[in-house]
Ligand binder design. Structure first.
Ligand code: E4P
Length: 236
C-alpha cells in the first residue's frame, strides 16, 4: 500500500474543505442515531439495504426515501433499478423530484454513463455506483457525476487493495480538477476511514458500527475512569 503521509503525498491538492461522513443504511433508527451523534453529512442506500429493511413496492420505497430525507439534512443517494437509458431517466427524474437532497444513484454501465451525462445537463445530481477501477471513475467524472463510489471493501474481499484505487482516482481527479467527489464506499472497518482521510477521499460511507468504532480507545476509557475516581475521592 502507498505511503499516505500528507506531506509526501503529491495528490492532496483536492477540493473538499473536509471529509464528509455518510451512513450506509436504510435503517431509520440507525440514521436517527447517526444524525443525533452530530457528525452526519448524508446517507447512501442501495436495493440490498432497502430489502434488508423489508421495504418493497414502489410506493413504500418512495415513502422510505422521504422519511430518510426528513431525518437527515444532507445528501441521500437513491438508486435506480432500471438498467436501460430510458428507464433510468424516468426513475431518476421521479427520485430527484422527491426532495432537493436526493442524489440519483446510477450503476457504472454504458447506459448509466449516458444517463449521468443527461442528468448533469439537467442539473440533477448523481452518484455513480459499483465502481471498481480508475478507468470507470474517469468515465463517471467525464459524464459529470456529482459523486463516484469506489467499493473498497469488495475489492479487499478479492485480494485487491481498495485504498490503492482511492489513491489512483484522487490523482486523476486532481490532475484535471474534476469536481466529482470521491465517495469511498463498502467501508468495512475504522482504518478504512482513517486511510481514506489520509489519501483525501471527499466522502466515506459506512455502517453506524464502523463510524462509532472511531470513538474507541482503551486509554480514553482508563483515563476517564481514573479522573472520575480521583474526583470522587475529594468530592464525596
Ligand atoms: C455504497 O453506496 C454501497 O451501498 C455500499 O457501500 C456497499 O457496501 P457493501 O460492500 O458492504 O455491501
Amino acid at each position: 500500500m502507498a505511503n499516505f503521509a500528507l506531506e509526501s503525498n503529491p495528490f492532496n491538492n483536492h477540493i473538499s474543505d473536509y471529509m464528509k461522513f455518510f451512513i450506509d443504511t436504510a435503517n431509520l433508527d440507525q440514521i436517527r442515531e447517526a444524525q443525533n451523534f452530530g457528525i452526519l453529512d448524508g446517507v447512501t442506500t442501495n436495493p440490498s439495504l432497502m430489502a434488508k429493511e423489508g421495504i418493497s413496492g414502489y410506493d413504500n420505497v418512495i415513502a422510505h426515501y422521504k422519511a430518510i430525507c426528513e431525518i437527515v439534512d444532507g445528501d441521500v443517494s437513491a438508486e435506480v433499478i432500471a438498467t436501460d437509458y430510458e428507464g433510468m431517466i424516468k426513475e431518476g427524474e421521479a427520485l430527484a423530484a422527491l426532495h432537493e437532497n436526493i442524489v440519483v444513484k446510477i450503476p457504472m454501465i454504458k447506459d448509466g454513463i449516458r444517463a449521468i451525462s443527461y442528468f448533469t445537463s439537467k442539473g440533477i445530481r448523481t452518484n455513480c455506483t459499483l465502481v471498481f477501477s480508475a478507468g470507470q471513475a474517469l468515465l463517471a467524472a467525464k459524464a459529470g457525476a456529482t459523486y463516484v463510489s469506489p467499493f473498497i471493501g469488495r475489492l479487499d474481499d478479492i485480494s485487491t487493495d481498495g485504498l490503492d484505487l482511492i489513491e489512483s482516482i484522487r490523482e486523476i481527479y486532481d490532475n484535471y480538477e474534476f469536481s466529482t467527489e470521491i465517495l469511498a464506499a463498502s467501508v468495512r472497518h475504522t482504518m478504512h476511514i482513517v486511510n481514506c482521510a489520509q489519501i483525501g477521499a471527499d466522502v466515506m460511507t459506512g455502517p453506524l458500527s464502523v463510524i462509532l468504532g472511531l470513538l474507541k480507545h482503551p486509554l480514553t476509557d482508563a483515563g476517564l475512569a481514573q479522573f472520575l475516581a480521583d474526583h470522587a475521592k475529594t468530592n464525596s
